[in-house]
Design a protein around this ligand. Structure first.
Ligand code: NAP
Ligand code: MG
Length: 502
């Protein structure tokens, strides 16, 4: 199977959007960057340049932070929670009304298949905004019954208020660009914060269209500012800015560490959604009809460029060969091609650099003696494609089993031990703890193993079950804090206790 030669042409609406001049959204206006630079945006399926986007730097970040600070004190702060809810819902309406165009731009910018883009934008764009819109009217403090400090002077009352944390800097990766943007915007806006968003340099397009939709929805100027730029300039400036109150970051563990250091200056709050190396643990009684497609999709969704990807498959020795054969057959049947082509099951990787990285890991796996069952190479032709790759007989001493590859590489190893704790220790022997899954019909084993996996999220008989209402985040070096659900609102709020004596 080779990468399809001809991509399906973009629609007239997409072509018109791509050809536009793309500026920075600061204070409700599209403005040129202070230094006048630009970024070339590439379609990873064709390697063709498809758009030119203004490049923001530290000066632009500073302007955007000032606009966000001003907006925090302006009309936005005087809106009722019902008005905030209505605005966020209007943004969700805009997003769904523009779903086709957003989908197409996401596919062209990131490379993911159309179905994946459409589903994720509707679910984690639209539904996510609506979920948090509902929270805007449900944020409140408590009344605390303390005894009067001095009864001769009367009674006392203490109440708490939940206030917006302030100006939020959101820094996001390229693997699911629009979804990452809405994951940050939705809780921030529900809480009453203002935002400066820096999309990934490789994938700024849907964030820019989102900026236009924010304007159409009627948000006051400066509530949402969008500044594409490089991580080491624009991103670093945002993380270090003394007038930013919180950074919401999704990206690599390595850059997460830099964010923490940069944020130390004004001790801004930080949440981090970082890398993963998530396990899928298959017991011998599992329903293999579900395991094979579930594990294959769990590993290769978004070409494995997915923080929750199940990249380590632990299979009981009794069913190891059957599971490995099944996964290899399904992975081998996936058609690689441009995301706009409905025939494509898997798109390209994001860049030539990423493909090099993946190829380097595959070479390391071979050298370490892992058994290459399928894939392991890039097809010929244009585009940064890489075949879905399965290694069997791996072990946790191998680099491919320990490190996050962020590409379509799955490592399978067998277990025989009936000692669940020993198995869990092996499963937990990485620096990460983001997601994971357990596959069995035995409910006791399922719940015991799920409890033993040291991850923010574990699924039973499916992998990476995500929903706006389900808390999501990493343990250990997979991150700080939780996004999604009620807990996902907390990092955008601060509590004030007020005590009155009367
Ligand atoms: P990355 O290199 O860490 O970049 C993420 C973002 O940080 C980009 O916008 C990047 O800018 C910016 N950045 C880079 N250096 C910076 C600095 N010194 N200061 C401030 N910002 C900086 O990650 P990536 O390669 O884009 O994405 C892949 C990683 O994201 C993987 O490790 C993956 O596991 C993780 N991820 C985690 C989750 C999760 O929810 N846990 C979800 C998706 C992805 P540029 O655009 O210039 O690179
Ligand atoms: Mg990057």
């Amino acid at each position: 199977m080779s990468a399809a030669e001809n991509s399906i042409s973009p629609s007239a609406a997409a072509r018109e959007f791509l050809a536009r001049e793309h500026q920075l959204l600061i204070g409700g206006e599209w403005v040129g960057p202070a230094a006048g630079g630009s970024i070339e945006v590439t379609d990873p399926a064709s390697e063709a340049r498809i758009a030119t986007v203004s490049l923001g730097d530290a000066t632009d970040i500073d302007r955007a932070v000032q606009a966000a600070r001003a907006a925090l004190r302006g009309e936005w702060s005087r809106l009722t929670s019902y008005e905030r809810e209505a605005l966020i819902n209007r943004l969700a309406d805009q997003l769904i009304a523009n779903l086709e165009l957003l989908t197409e731009l996401e596919v062209l910018d990131n490379g993911m298949p159309r179905m994946a883009a459409q589903y994720s934008i509707a679910k984690f764009g639209g539904d996510f905004l609506r979920y948090y819109a509902g929270w805007a009217t449900k944020i409140h403090g408590e009344t605390i019954p303390v005894s009067p400090q001095d009864s001769r002077n009367g009674d006392s009352l203490t109440y708490t208020r939940r206030e917006p944390i302030g100006v939020v800097g959101a820094i996001i990766p390229w693997n699911a660009p629009l979804v990452m943007a809405t994951l940050k915007l939705a809780p921030a806006l529900a809480a009453g914060c203002t935002v400066v968003l820096k999309p990934a340099e490789q994938t700024p397009l849907t964030a820019l269209l989102l900026g236009e939709l924010v304007r159409k929805a009627g948000f006051p100027p400066g509530v949402v500012n969008i500044v594409p730029g490089y991580g080491e300039s624009a991103g670093a400036a945002l993380a270090a800015h003394p007038d930013v109150d919180k950074i919401a970051f999704t990206g690599s563990t390595e850059v997460g560490r830099k964010i923490i250091n940069a944020a130390a200056g004004n001790l801004k709050r930080v949440t981090l959604e970082l890398g993963g190396k998530s396990p899928m643990v298959v017991f011998p009684d599992a329903d293999l009809e579900r395991v094979v497609p579930g594990a294959t999709r769990g590993a290769f969704f978004l070409q494995g460029q997915n923080c929750m990807a199940g990249t380590r498959l632990f299979v009981h020795e009794d069913v190891f060969d059957r599971v490995v054969e099944g996964v290899a057959a399904m992975a081998g049947s996936f058609r690689l091609g441009p995301g706009l082509d409905p025939q494509s099951d898997l798109g390209p990787l994001i860049s030539a650099e990423q493909r090099e990285r993946v190829a380097g890991y595959v070479a390391a796996g071979r050298e370490a003696g892992a058994e290459l069952v399928c894939g392991g190479e890039a097809p010929s032709g244009k585009g940064y494609f890489f075949r879905p790759t399965l290694f069997a007989r791996t072990n946790m001493d191998m680099k491919i089993a320990r490190e996050e590859i962020f590409g379509p590489v799955l490592c399978a190893q067998s277990f025989s031990d009936s000692d669940l704790q020993a198995l869990a220790d092996e499963v937990n022997s990485t620096i990460y703890g983001l997601s994971g899954s357990v596959w069995t019909r035995d409910i006791a084993v399922a719940h015991r193993m799920a409890a033993m996996i040291d991850s923010g999220q574990v699924s039973i008989n499916c992998h990476a079950a995500v929903d706006p209402a389900i808390p999501f985040g990493g343990n250990r070096q997979s991150g700080w804090g939780r996004e999604f659900g009620r807990e996902g609102l907390d990092p955008y709020l601060k509590t004030k206790a007020t005590t009155v004596l009367f």
